[in-house]
Ligand binder design. Structure first.
Ligand SMILES: Cc1cc2nc3c(=O)[nH]c(=O)nc-3n(C[C@H](O)[C@H](O)[C@H](O)COP(=O)(O)O)c2cc1C
Length: 238
């Protein structure tokens, strides 16, 4: 294949998490195509741990209704939070530096863009709730893996998910990967008909970005390679 780094660099750089979508369907053939390309991802011993559920229309609407109701109930009764457990820990239980600061920067960056100030819990709740509406996207995706699979399969899964998001982007579509759904695994797995042998990896919104929405102007910074790379190379090689 002819070398064309700019094409790939531009595609990767143009992807960002989109949190407001147009009410416009995505052709089924496109979704299938995107999933086929995503599955070109490498995986240890070619295990291909991914299993995907595509939700649209009434299947999506009824789950949105169920999970939003649970989310609202939890807001009123926070002590019930223990009732909803993810299938695996996505985030650390103890936040240390620099991850705590990065997480805060990300959260407050988004909230301040949306005009949400510290302590405005109702507004935060409403924003977080948008997760459980797939941010208005026409397509909701859930990703599961067999419970027997270990951390290595999560590495493989990440590659699959990035492929999927880039293949979507190349077609003018946008995405938002979502771990927010994970706490409601039990309800989701039963709704989508997943077996007891599966664990929920995450959800994802897929659709056409609503570019009139301020939330979609949120862009996140990255450290450059020099800050996280240690060069252990001979002088003459640099
Ligand atoms: C696996 C995964 C789960 C995520 N879960 C959520 C989520 O539940 N809700 C959300 O709004 N964003 C979620 N994000 C998006 C991240 O906040 C976002 O990727 C990060 O801030 C970098 O911004 P960017 O995607 O716009 O480049 C998730 C991202 C990943 C990779």
């Amino acid at each position: 294949m002819k070398s064309n780094p700019n094409l790939m660099d531009e595609l990767i750089s143009s992807r960002h998490s989109v949190r407001a979508y147009l009410d416009k369907p995505v052709q089924k053939t496109w979704i299938a195509e995107i999933l086929d390309i995503a599955a070109k991802a490498p995986s240890g011993s070619n295990l291909q741990p991914w299993k995907v559920y595509v939700l649209e229309g009434a299947y999506k609407a009824s789950l949105v209704q169920k999970v939003c109701a649970l989310h609202d109930d939890l807001f009123l009764h926070p002590k019930k939070a223990g009732l909803y457990q993810p299938d695996y820990a996505y985030y650390p239980s103890v936040w240390v530096s620099p991850f705590l600061e990065r997480r805060r920067e990300n959260g407050w960056g988004l909230y301040s863009l949306l005009g949400i100030a510290k302590g405005e819990k109702e507004k935060m709740h409403q924003h977080h709730r948008r997760n459980f509406e797939f941010f208005g996207a026409p397509v909701g995706l859930f990703f599961t893996a067999h419970r027997s699979l270990e951390g290595g399969s999560l590495i493989d899964y990440g590659m699959f998910l990035q492929n999927l998001m880039l293949a979507a982007k190349a077609r003018g579509l946008d995405t938002c990967p979502q771990a927010a759904w994970n706490s409601f695994s039990e309800v989701i797995m039963s709704h989508i008909g997943a077996s007891e042998e599966e664990k929920l990896i995450c959800g994802m919104s897929l659709g056409w970005s609503d570019q009139t929405q301020v939330v979609n102007t949120f862009m996140t910074p990255r450290l450059n390679a020099e800050t996280f790379t240690t060069w252990l190379v001979d002088e003459e090689m640099t």
